[in-house]
Write a protein that binds this ligand. Structure first.
Ligand SMILES: O=C(O)C(=O)C[C@]1(C(=O)O)C=C[C@@H](O)C=C1
Length: 255
């Protein structure tokens, strides 16, 4: 994100754009059942699961290709990632220098596999483990990117009201910081919008003229991902984790 884009409205627009990626990634993953063996420790991967093996190896490839240069692109396994092999674009440094060290990916990883996956995938095993973990990686990346855009939100809020944030940062008053950066009305709008996107993006579109199933009126049970799961995802995890990123960024902002 560049300097010119750095306004609360522009950053909120970026968060809205990430909603589409998250909804579609979950819809694609929901096409496969749980496929629990993909998450079990495997001797072939030195006791790691196929899911962890895949993400670790994929992140090495992505790092070599030049990813993870932007503060919102945070790897899940940053240790020992290789440097880019190809020239990378110099992005304008609009955030404080330590921004790249702010990561809540461990919490995202635990939330995704322990809480979210059971909510939107059906029990079962179709043996398509390689495809399944690739779809999981797409979900994890979309969630991580959205949540770590919180660094830009925090920077904008700090710049707009540094006189309000600075004393709380100096006092390391995380509770007061969390309260100051929270806008409940905005959160309610976000939850309603992601639920609506899941309902519209996730319905089966047909050419039959079924008046009772005009687009947008499909019952939630016919949606590829239950829209209430998206609302719950954002309410319980995505927005709280985004706020955690904001607080973690702000606590270091005066360093
Ligand atoms: O838009 C903001 O002000 C944000 O901080 C982002 C966000 C969100 O995660 O969507 C988080 C906290 C606010 O209470 C509202 C929304």
């Amino acid at each position: 994100m560049g300097e010119a884009e750095l306004s609360l409205a522009a950053v909120r627009d970026a968060l809205v754009r990430e909603e589409d990626s998250i909804v579609f990634a979950l819809i694609e993953r929901a096409r496969r059942p749980r496929n629990a063996p993909a998450y079990a420790a495997a001797a072939a991967a030195g006791g790691r699961s196929l899911a962890e093996f895949f993400v670790r190896e994929a992140e090495v490839l992505h790092a070599k290709a030049g990813q993870y240069q932007k503060p919102e692109d945070v790897p899940f396994f940053p240790q020992d990632l290789p440097s880019p092999l190809f020239p990378t674009k110099d992005y304008p440094k609009v955030l404080h220098c330590f921004a790249s060290s702010v990561s809540v990916n461990d919490a995202i990883w635990k939330m995704y596999f322990n809480e979210l996956l059971p909510l939107f995938t059906v029990d079962g095993d179709d043996g398509n483990y390689a495809e399944t973990v690739a779809l999981d990686f797409a979900c994890l990346k979309a969630l991580s990117r959205r949540i770590h855009i919180g660094k830009y939100v925090a920077e904008v809020k700090f710049k707009d009201a540094s006189q309000d944030y600075s004393p709380l940062i100096r006092a390391k008053d995380t509770k007061a910081l969390m309260n100051l950066l929270t806008f409940k009305a905005v959160e309610e709008k976000v939850k309603r919008r992601v639920e609506k996107k899941a309902r519209i993006f996730g319905q089966n579109v047909t050419l039959e003229d079924n008046a009772d199933k005009q687009e947008g009126n499909a019952g939630d049970s016919e949606c590829k991902v239950n829209p209430e799961v998206l609302s719950k995802l954002y309410d319980l995890w995505v927005m709280p984790l985004t706020k955690d990123v904001e607080v973690e960024y702000l606590l270091r902002r005066l360093d």
